[in-house]
Design a protein around this ligand. Structure first.
Ligand SMILES: NC(=O)c1ccc[n+]([C@@H]2O[C@H](COP(=O)([O-])OP(=O)(O)OC[C@H]3O[C@@H](n4cnc5c(N)ncnc54)[C@H](O)[C@@H]3O)[C@@H](O)[C@H]2O)c1
Ligand SMILES: [Zn+2]
Length: 407
């Protein structure tokens, strides 16, 4: 007769089983360079960057470049080819220099992702090969996403070519694709191998994209840095007038503030629900989609900041004079503080932008966390947005809109 096994089903310890706690951390480090003429044959920076681990071998790299940038800068593709030609001991250009469309459309285009993946596969690039992405934030996000999933991640070098990409999109640790009617629904956290910001690339930017980077600068300044806000207010007209030296200071300061936040904020991969550097973005992301991409990210962020700054004043978090200072300075830069899309309504008569609140919560996870200024240069988190106060803020912005100069 076989022995009867003890009945363990009532023993809680037996039900929950054993556990082995796995814990390790992986340090990340990447340089963000600011330079000029990055592809000039005698500028060794890019070759040094690819070789920065001192591996003492020739590095294979594939290059993807933003079509909008290449159209505006006709010499660039050849300069890139020449650059590789001039550094044969350290660099090997794998295949051709590949062109991909720039702008928001590429971020929802699986065709572009597949093209990057298939190019990487066809060229037999391995996980220690490089993908060099040259372009605006949309191109960097798309190529960065594909590079992060091919072989579970190739080495990515970003060469951002817009003000917004140099001071925000290109220097951080994530990428994003638009899907399911939502911004950045798809994406990965994937720090780059290095970033090379070439100020000379900004010269060919259309005015709207030249000033777009200032929107992200207001974003960080209003919630984090009064000195930077003073700088933006003082130099608003210079920025509008395309003063390169002022823009370079803006780009550098804003990039450093983003880098500091990622490094010291305690949550580089955004596991929590707070996202201070997304001030103004719950509305911005919705406005981009609602406008059918007519509004660029930078324009939408400017309107989103205007809305949340006005809302913060309505909540007594900042004084009306502080609200006006921010709005007036953004106007003086030529950034939009109003768009008709802000007044768009759903079939039920609600402001359509309000849908952005729940989408924002869902994207971050957990409970709603919206960052607002609490005194200029300081921030607070709120967990509820009052629809009536948002209505009033939209009304306020619409009333002051006609008096505003347009760029
Ligand atoms: N991953 C992140 O952390 C992060 C952060 C912020 C923003 N973003 C994303 O970045 C995107 C916005 O990027 P953007 O503002 O750089 O705009 P963009 O990439 O959409 O480019 C705007 C236009 O400028 C053209 N262009 C680019 N460089 C040029 C140049 N030097 N000369 C002439 N034309 C040029 C492009 O072809 C495009 O038509 C948004 O999708 C946003 O969500 C990502
Ligand atoms: Zn942004």
């Amino acid at each position: 007769m076989s022995a009867k096994l003890p009945d363990q089903t009532n023993d809680p310890a037996a039900l929950t089983g054993d556990v082995y706690v796995q814990r390790f951390s992986v340090p990340f480090e990447y340089p963000v360079h600011f330079t000029r003429r990055a592809f000039h044959p005698r500028n060794a920076l890019l070759a040094d960057v690819l070789d920065r681990l001192g591996e003492g071998r020739r590095h294979r790299a594939v290059v993807f470049i933003d079509q909008g940038l290449a159209d505006a800068n006709r010499l660039l593709v050849n300069q890139i080819k020449e650059y590789f030609h001039e550094h044969p001991a350290r660099l090997e250009l794998a295949g051709a220099v590949n062109l991909l469309p720039g702008g928001p459309a590429v971020k929802s285009d699986y065709g572009a992702v597949r093209e990057v993946l298939w190019t990487i596969g066809n060229l037999h690039l391995d996980r220690q090969s490089f993908v060099i992405a040259v372009g605006g934030g949309s191109l960097l996000d798309t190529v960065g996403f594909a590079a992060s999933v091919a072989h579970r991640g190739l080495r990515l070098i970003r060469v951002p070519s817009t003000t917004l990409a140099q001071n925000d999109a290109g220097v951080g640790v994530k990428n994003g694709m638009d899907e399911h009617g939502q911004k950045n629904f798809l994406g990965t956290f994937a720090p780059p191998f290095a970033v090379v910001c070439d100020f000379d690339l900004l010269r060919t930017l259309p005015w709207e994209h030249w000033i777009a980077g200032a929107a992200e600068a207001f974003k960080v300044a209003v919630i984090k840095d009064t000195e930077f806000l003073d700088f933006l207010c003082t130099h608003a007209k210079d920025l509008r007038g395309r003063d390169e030296s002022v823009m370079e200071q803006l780009v550098r300061r804003c990039a450093v503030l983003h880098l500091e936040h990622i490094r010291t904020g305690g949550d580089p991969f955004e596991f929590g629900s707070a996202r201070p550097l997304d001030f103004g973005h719950w509305a911005a992301h919705r406005l981009e989609v609602l406008s059918g991409r007519r509004l660029s990210h930078g324009q939408a962020v400017a309107v989103g900041i205007a809305l949340d700054t006005t809302y913060a004043a309505a909540c007594g978090l900042i004084a009306p004079a502080e609200r006006d200072r921010v709005l007036d300075a953004m106007d003086a830069c030529g950034l939009p503080t109003w768009t008709a899309t802000l007044a768009a309504r759903t079939d039920e008569g609600e402001l359509a932008v309000l849908e952005g609140i729940e989408q924002f919560r869902e994207h971050l996870g957990g409970r709603l966390n919206v960052t607002l200024p609490a005194g200029l240069g300081h921030k607070t988190e709120v967990h509820h947005m009052d629809a009536a106060k948002i209505e009033a803020a939209v009304e306020f912005l619409s009333r002051r809109a006609p008096a505003r100069e347009t760029p």
